[in-house]
Design a protein around this ligand. Sequence first.
Ligand code: PLP
Length: 355
Amino acid sequence: MTTSTGTTFPAALGRLDSIPRTRLFAGKMPVESMPILTEHCAGARLFVKRDDCTGLAFGGNKTRQLEFYLGEACAQRADTILITGAVQSNFVRMAAAGARRLGMECHIQQEERVATESPHYRQSGNVLVSKLLGATLHSYPDGEDETGADRQLTQISAQLRAAGKIPYIIPLAPGHPPLGALGYVVAAHELLGQFDEMRLNVGEIIVGSGSGATHAGLLFGFRALGSAIAVTGVCVRRDAELQRARISATCEGIAALLEIESRVSNDDIFLVDEFLAPGYGVPNPATLDAIVLGAQTEGLMLDPVYTGKAFAAMIARAGSASKNTAMMFVHTGGSPALFAYQDVLQQRLEGLNAH
Ligand SMILES: Cc1ncc(COP(=O)(O)O)c(C=O)c1O
């Protein structure tokens, strides 16, 4: 595993080449067409970027983000990664897998973001995978206190340091350099190359917007590279107004890391929050139906927390768009959570089959 990129990015991406990065997957993730879903929606031509195939214990968008966090951890010669996430966080599961690939330990702090006592939610899906990877689990009783969660992780890190370890913290709260978002600046560059090769003119990209690293990285990358592709973020964590401020701050953070000007203006940040309710980590009927539709048209495995909501938004937008436009969904992974939410999914399937 190396900590250099081996890639030369265009000068428009500033000092991206010189920021430590550890490659965690090879090659480019495919862009595929979705002909059956396109016919079903009877609107825009639909495509999917398969970032669910990035490897690393079931894959997902966080692999790209981890390339930069773990790159920095390697540069600091760290031997232990510390990270916070919801009980069913995909990020912590992939961080634990990435740490193993680099010969490191991983400490996961689970926040209480979703009020459920479901044994599947607490023990299956991402939790089971993280345990398989041998991560040490801690808990934080709040789900809306990112700074407090970071503080507790810093205390655990101090204990590890006192015991002779070299810890590296992946922070949760905003205000830290958004290293993870650089993974999606790289993805924007990769996508523009693929669109060129495929002679594909994509008008809109749909992506889940949680921490906002994926959304901000793509938007920043496209604009820096001179592309005007619309990027629509689908809120999965907080409403559009709060999320807009977060995306804007993350773009500024990316600009500072790359030492270039941000070309993202506030009115360029598109967000939809119709599929967020009833809240983070709680799927609504449209989300569950989108998961079923993705599976039964294109064989895609979406998830109830992130990609199901984003896919539901794409279906709604595709139906009212012209047949001459192409829309691309970024599949950001999350499939292990299907098993954590199996009760609600089974109920919905039974309801659909009864009609
Ligand atoms: C499967 C999946 N999709 C989308 C997201 C949202 O990505 P971001 O946090 O970069 O906004 C996450 C975040 O955890 C995720 O796990």
